[in-house]
Design a protein around this ligand. Sequence first.
Ligand code: PHE
Length: 497
Amino acid sequence: MADAGVAELLLKKLESADSGVDSQDVARDLSVDHQVIVGAVKSLQSLGDLISAEQRSSKHWELTGEGQETVEQGSHEARVFKAIPDDGLPQSELMKLPSGKVGFSKAMSNKWIRVDKAHEGGPRIFRMVETIEDSVQEKLVQIQKGIADEVDEKEKNELKKRKLLAEVTVKSYFITKGPSFSTTITKQETDLTPEMIASGSWKEKSFKPYNFEALGVTLDCGHLHPLMKVRTQFRQIFLEMGFTEMPTNNYIESSFWNFDSLFQPQQHPARDQHDTFFLSDPAVATEFPQDYLERVKKVHSEGGYGSQGYKYDWKIEEAKKNILRTHTTAVSARMLYNLAQKPKFTPVKYFSIDRVFRNETLDATHLAEFHQIEGVVADYGLTLGDLMGVLHQFFTKLGITKLRFKPAYNPYTEPSMEIFSYHEGLKKWVEVGNSGVFRPEMLLPMGIPEGVSVIAWGLSLERPTMIKYGINNIRELVGHKVNLQMVYDGPICRLDS
Ligand code: PHE
């Protein structure tokens, strides 16, 4: 049945009704699905004041399939009772009946039957009474007849527990005539045309009001992935703080820049196959600043600049190995080296946000690749206090004000601090990043002047993004299992709100 037809039938019903009609009753009378009536109500409402409709919800009891069966065949306990002849029935036989298990225990507690455990040939069941009254069946019959009120609530809940009865909520509209009620639907005009003005017919027409609630047509355009939206926000924060972005467009790095230049010894476990992805082609890098490389070799193997070094046999072969960079600090190292080659040192504030790779065991929060956010500040006389201050400023811009620092270890920073913030939702301190002051063993071989210190920190982009977008499993954010609708629907990101 067409919707317009239903709407008119609904109006006819309303015309002859004293007060109003219930949409469920109308659906039953017209033998249509209730949703069709709801549709008709909505479309009539959009035409103005033809009708008014008020939402209602009512609860009523309905028999389940098993409840229906009980009405027809009696309760399980009654069926068990009836199945027992005068001379009894072996318990094993009784249990084979479809109603056996449930019926047996109910009939026992009703004291309708008893078990003779000592009976020869195994336990045998006997009737204890002549006749029974199947009150379960009776109550269900009453409810089915629509006289549910005669069964009290406690009993109904009991039957519900036995899954014989279910309480269903029915939503409906109570529809009444509106101020401009009529049984005919005149289509409202959506356009005022020159013809209507010329002929004056607009005076008789009824116009559809503007719907200012309507959503616009969704634009057919590209959508940024949440990670990219959050990256834009972090980039904005760094730019506001006067930082310059470092060029991070090389996923492949030599071990030299990723580890050696950062004073990370060649036996360090992070340089293992299990933690780092090594390249097979090209397996090695060939070009290094030779004199700097010599100074790095020296500081590792012999020490210098007031340091003892690690005192081991530093090998160029190890430094040459190409890898997928494990942190963006490799880029910071290159940048600081470049800075040191300038004729005169100038203070800098650098940042980067890009991809890094680690040979991790994959789980809900770890993939073999993620994005790092890194900030680096180099100037004369910077202290740990400056690092804490800049971290406070940075995290405040993210909307995080409660910070705590915990001593940590990185081969390239001393002191090093893990950064914790208080999570209001989780009501605990959670780690949000890592930081430190770069070691002289890293900076001085580069040619950074004495007296200059470099403070730096790093965090992941994925973690704040998952928190911001309420994603629990990283596989829903990155990789082939990502639901593109999530990307499409994702709201824009404002970190401090
Ligand atoms: N590179 C460190 C990491 O991968 C982060 C960091 C950057 C720590 C700068 C200290 C200074 O976790």
